[in-house]
Design a binder for this molecule. Sequence first.
Ligand code: B12
Length: 243
Amino acid sequence: MQIRPYGDTLDDGAVQLSFTLPMSNSEKSREAAKRFVLKHGFKRCEITSAEALADNFTMFVVYAWTKLGIDSSEVKDVVSAAPEIMNFDEVNLFIKEHVKRPIVIVGACTGSDAHTVGIDAIMNMKGYNHHFGLERYPMVRAYNLGAQVENQHLIEYAIKVKADAILVSQIVNQKDMHLENMKEFISFVKDKKVRKQFLLIAGGPHLNHKMAKEAGFDAGFGRGSYAEHVATFVARKLAGKSK
Ligand code: B12
């Protein structure tokens, strides 16, 4: 069955778009923005906001209406690293009962990427969006090395603390630098002959499980991930009970 985007009445096909044109904010640029949107095949377009960003640059937010839809039953190839998530208490109990020792997790945002926010959301005590980070889990020993960490250093640190899992955060994806950096990480792990020693997990807004697996990791997590996704994946793997 085809489903369509929804704005006001179900199935109306309304979508919101935003973009910037290198023109000053004027009647002409608003008309240009409208025509640009209609060129994509939308039925109708309404500009809800036009803001001058600088001389000769205007940002537009528009509503547009599409006739297209999607049959969600055709989307069959999506895989998740942790399809059934245990919550904070469940995962700690699971580790206690099935792994029978605290698990050790080391993480960092590696390469030139300076964004600590993603790895902090997963690892820091306070966590993110009302989800505690791994440092809060009694059955997890978590080491967050921060951002702009060399891949080599992260791997050496993981060897030193006998980590079960290494987390690599990649936020910037300009020129595919996240994929290049992940490739470098995997080649260093292989050079050191420690690939089998660790569960390798990559995460970031432009990643998913499939992409991470293709890059040589065991799992990948994208937007909307929390510590319990990682903890569930690692705990199940270590207990030999992955789903
Ligand atoms: C805050 C911010 C910064 C701060 C970062 C502060 C800090 N301490 O981290 C500062 C100001 C330093 C910064 C700098 C830059 N930034 Co910035 N930044 C942002 C911003 C506005 C918000 C990021 C954020 O807080 N996200 C919230 C966190 C929680 O979300 P997240 O990172 O996606 O993490 C979640 C998931 O992805 C996942 N996840 C992430 N990592 C991991 C790891 C694992 C193991 C797992 C399991 C899951 C996981 O779980 C998290 C929680 O759900 C974004 C825009 C945006 N709205 O996203 C731009 C953005 C990320 N920045 C961007 C850019 C370009 C830069 C700069 C290059 C700018 C510049 N020209 O100098 C520099 C970076 C320089 C460098 N060397 O890296 C671009 C990236 C574009 C791209 N496609 O690559 C963005 C998207 C802005 C934009 N639209 O252009 N930035």
